[in-house]
Design a protein around this ligand. Structure first.
Ligand code: FMN
Length: 194
């Protein structure tokens, strides 16, 4: 079982990095093969809406996104971690999400599956925000659900913490790290039917 983590915060060793690390540790504790991509270290250009993908199902921009397509396709589980930035995903994360438009085109225009059709995939969304308001995460969740739907990844749950702002603040939450570790284990407990 391959678990791919995608870290979307621009802040190194920030709150979502810490949570994602624990989710991946939980998955690895049950023998999953894990890999984490840090979007801040990758070169991913924004979608330029050239519409080439509507004809080809592929993105013509040859940058690190090509590797991200491969990694997501090879993964059984996807853990997407992004803090809230202006209520949505970070620019780094949203830039990557928009580039999946090529796989939307592959699925809905070309008529082929977005990803290699070989397993039932599941995904987990990890996020934090500084504020404490009702429905704080709703806009970000809507975007992640839209992405997962295109990729036929089941939205199996989320790990969301409000009132978390300064770097490392999540470590002061008495349950967050344990919850993240357990979420990583739960994510892989059900083996997909081959
Ligand atoms: C550009 C920017 C925009 C932000 N917008 C929001 C927001 O809309 N709502 C919120 O609750 N927190 C917001 N925050 C706070 C971050 O979500 C918070 O600091 C979080 O803990 C950062 O997580 P990280 O350490 O993983 O980067 C924003 C932070 C930045 C830098």
């Amino acid at each position: 079982m391959r678990v791919l983590g995608i870290a979307g915060s621009p802040r190194r060793a920030g709150n979502t990095d810490l949570l994602l690390g624990e989710v991946m540790r939980g998955a690895a504790s049950l023998e999953a093969e894990t890999r984490t991509l840090f979007l801040r270290n990758l070169k991913i250009a924004p979608c330029d809406h050239c519409d080439v993908c509507l004809e080809t199902g592929r993105c013509k921009i040859l940058d690190d996104m090509q590797m991200v397509y491969d990694e997501v396709s090879r993964a059984d589980r996807l853990v997407l971690a992004s803090p809230l930035h202006f209520l949505g995903l970070t620019a780094q994360t949203k830039t990557m999400v928009d580039r999946f438009q090529a796989l939307w085109a592959q699925k809905y225009r070309i008529g082929q599956p977005a990803l290699e059709k070989r397993r039932a995939r599941k995904g987990l969304f990890v996020s934090v925000g500084a504020r404490k308001t009702s429905n704080l995460f709703a806009p970000a969740i809507a975007t992640v659900r839209a992405l997962f739907a295109v990729l036929d990844i089941k939205y199996s749950g989320d790990l969301l913490f409000e009132g978390i702002d300064e770097q490392g603040a999540i470590l002061k939450n008495p349950v967050a790290m344990d919850q993240a570790f357990i979420a990583g284990q739960q994510l892989i407990e059900e083996m997909p039917v081959k």
